[in-house]
Ligand binder design. Structure first.
Ligand code: GRF
Length: 207
């Protein structure tokens, strides 16, 4: 597949960007149906920005502090996304709650990776909460982004067994490795049109 046939994707990050790195690595394969055209961070010191630049990818910092309101900041991010030509938006550790306007603009085209088997443990500190709950299985989820936090229709998941001697850190490391496997798979499915968000708010698979 040549570059022009690939679906353009923008990634939003706030930090380390290891999932972004997994998406970039996958996108370099000739058979991968998407290419990363832009990375945007709300944190100027996000490590992922330099990593993306190393691959020749446009990487922009759009800090919240540079704007008077959440709406003005989101308008700047939307303008940058639209200017990039991205058709799919992938959130990868982007630590901001998005407004209904933002979510609506990219409905069915914006996905997120979350470190739990949703609908269990939406929100933060998922590994600590999974361990405290006593459950034996944890994992990660890629889902469409909707207005409710971590509530959108699920696209892909991978389960990770909880071991008796797990700490939040050891568990997080195995879940992160699973995240890096499923995020490229889910993005490829969306780029190929094998999955979509139906009007009933459920995931529809084809192909
Ligand atoms: C990941 O655990 C992801 O699931 C969550 O935020 C973390 C981001 O990590 N949404 P990284 O920046 O991709 O390394």
């Amino acid at each position: 597949m040549n570059d022009k046939q690939k679906v353009p994707v923008a990634i939003l990050i706030s930090g380390r960007g290891s999932n972004m790195g997994a998406l970039i690595a996958a996108s370099l394969r000739s058979d991968f149906p998407a290419k990363i055209v832009s990375v945007i961070s709300d944190k100027p010191d996000a490590k992922g920005l330099d990593h993306a630049r190393g691959f020749g990818i446009e990487a922009l910092a759009i800090p919240r502090g540079g704007y008077d309101s959440k709406a003005a900041h989101e308008a700047a991010v939307m303008a940058a996304l639209d200017a990039s030509g991205a058709r799919i938006i992938a959130l990868a550790g982007y630590m901001r709650l998005l407004s209904g306007e933002f979510v609506g603009r990219y409905a069915g085209r914006m996905i997120n990776i979350h470190p739990s088997l949703l609908p269990a443990f939406p929100g933060l500190a998922t590994h600590e909460r999974a361990l405290a709950s006593g459950c034996r299985v944890h994992g990660c989820t890629v889902h469409f982004v909707t207005e409710g936090m971590d509530e959108g229709p699920i696209i892909e998941q991978e389960a990770v067994r909880i071991e008796r001697d797990d700490t939040p850190d050891t568990l997080a490391a195995r879940v992160l490795a699973a995240e890096h496997r499923i995020y490229p798979v889910a993005l490829a499915m969306l780029a190929r049109g094998e999955v979509r968000m139906g009007g009933d708010g459920r995931t529809q698979y084809s192909g």
